[in-house]
Design a protein around this ligand. Structure first.
Ligand code: AHR
Length: 499
């Protein structure tokens, strides 16, 4: 029995920003050093960037990349990492030495090579409003003042032109260096935002937030008049201390109310009449939290085997299965539906750790989530249009990792059109681990149908060095006249191109 899917191309839900498919890279484990930045490596270019990684990032048209953290940033001082004399840092967040050889100028150069917007998260942990605004002077002033003159002396005559800035990272959390109370946070953000806007009124500012009324109301009442964005983060399969990945079915349970944070923050913005002026930046998200035991804890690990070596477990490619691909597609579908207020989302991270790209000395592996970004960026339209279904949506009851069960829809559908060419593209996700489900789509006019399918040989399929268990296949269905009926096999992500 097919589910009848109706689409109204004339009813545009919203224009999706390219930044909905954004990314994040942090000074953590092998994301920067041993990752994108490997001077002298045979695969690296004259700037020390791995060209194979750059090529993979360019293929998914990375629109914006947040840096340098994450928890790392909350005790990071940017001035130690520019100029000819770099001061090595003992990174108190992750308890390792950072050589500071990759700093602001290297980061901006990387973004220019990728063709993406830089997005800098500032240190609101141990940092000050002045240090944050000095950073803006360094990046964006023509030549006024000591910091712009320092950039010029470092060989960058023209401003870097960094448009997007975030004040702080998760300063609400006990694990964050320089954690703040809600009252402290609103006042600090106000003063930092004021100084930053005095340096560059065109800069777009965000601040660390979460779906918490007390935190957000304080923040928005004190600093809302200076902010353009509000940042939220979410990870679902929490594994910071123990690497025990949720099963496929448990991951599907995490899709229940996948957009709850957006709904709650939207309500708070509306209550303060800020909806429409302040957008949501979901600037860290991933199904899987990062694994880094004994540092987000009151009692810190003693001996690197207790808190550094275990980070290598993030590199286990078998963790990143079709569950990650299906969840990622469901999250991106949800953000598309909220594209009127969610203007940015940043997959955390893009490279290594839980990223969509895994790098090793001989090359890279495109994990299952990479192919979702490839399909969404390169095959889906930028206009979200109305879609509704007639008939009973198949549902499934799945176990939740933290206990109990959830009943969720088996299918997740999103319809899009293109602002620059005719035709439609529908994202059709079948979350069911075992059963195929069919959809029927009436066509107003005859159209050529092409099916792009991301699937694996099982729900637990993954990609790793020398083995590709997950790939995209393309099938031309041909010219269809009045309606199409498509069977969606179990555990997969489809894009249906129409026209
Ligand atoms: O696990 C990585 C951390 O997750 C990021 O550094 C931080 O922003 C979030 O808590």
């Amino acid at each position: 029995m097919s589910l009848n899917v109706h689409i109204n191309p004339d009813r545009v839900i919203g224009q999706r920003s390219p930044m909905l498919y954004g990314h994040f890279i942090e000074h953590f484990h092998r994301q920067i050093y041993g990752g994108i930045y490997q001077p002298g490596h045979p695969l690296s270019d004259e700037d020390g960037f791995r060209t194979d990684i750059i090529e993979a990032m360019r293929h998914i048209k990375v629109p914006i990349m947040r840096w340098p953290g994450g928890c790392f940033v909350s005790s990071y001082h940017w001035k130690d990492a520019v100029g000819p004399e770099r001061q090595p840092l003992f990174d108190k967040a992750w308890r390792v030495e950072d050589p500071n050889t990759f700093g602001t100028d290297e980061y901006v150069r990387l973004c220019r090579k990728l063709g993406c917007e830089p997005y800098i998260c500032t240190n609101a942990g141990t940092g000050t409003a002045e240090e944050m605004s000095d950073w803006l002077e360094y990046c964006n002033l023509e030549n006024e003042g000591r910091w712009a003159k320092w950039r010029i002396a470092n060989g960058y005559e023209h401003p870097h032109g960094v448009k997007y800035w975030s004040i702080g990272n998760e300063n609400y959390g006990h694990w964050e260096i320089g954690a703040k109370s809600a009252a402290e946070w609103g006042l600090l953000v106000r003063e930092a935002a004021k100084m930053m806007k005095h340096v560059d009124p065109t800069a777009e500012l965000s601040a660390a937030a979460l779906a918490d009324p007390a935190w957000n109301m304080n923040l928005l009442q004190h600093a809302g008049q200076y902010l353009d964005w509000i940042s939220i983060h979410e990870y679902w399969d929490m594994m910071p201390e123990v690497q025990n990945p949720a099963t496929y079915e448990q991951c599907m349970a995490f899709t229940d109310r996948i957009d709850h944070s957006v709904r709650e923050v939207r309500g708070m913005l509306a209550a303060l009449r800020l909806e429409g002026r302040i957008k949501i930046a979901f600037d860290e998200w991933n199904l899987r939290s990062w694994h880094h035991p004994n540092v987000h804890t009151i009692k810190q690990g003693v001996g690197k085997d207790s808190y550094v070596t275990p980070r290598d477990k993030n590199d286990d490619n078998s963790v990143y299965t079709m569950a990650d691909a299906v969840f990622t597609a469901c999250f991106l579908n949800a953000m598309n539906r909220h594209c009127d207020i969610v203007g940015m989302a940043n997959f955390a991270p893009i490279l290594n750790t839980r990223g969509c790209i895994y790098s090793h000395d001989g090359g890279i592996v495109l994990r299952s989530t990479y192919h979702v970004f490839d399909l969404y960026v390169n095959q889906l339209g930028d206009q979200v249009i109305d879609l509704w279904q007639q008939g009973v949506m198949p549902a499934m009851t799945v176990p939740h990792k933290w206990g109990g069960e959830r009943t969720v829809d088996c299918l997740d559908l999103l319809a899009t059109t293109f602002s620059d060419n005719p035709g439609m593209a529908i994202a059709a996700v079948n979350k069911d681990a075992e059963h195929a489900h069919a959809i029927a789509i009436p066509l107003d006019n005859p159209a050529r149908i092409t099916l792009l399918t991301l699937n694996g040989d099982s729900k637990d399929a993954y990609n790793t060095v020398g083995y590709e268990g997950v790939q995209v296949t393309e099938r031309a269905i041909g010219l269809c006249s009045s309606a199409i009926e498509i069977e969606l096999p179990a555990h997969l992500v489809n894009v249906i191109r129409i026209g």
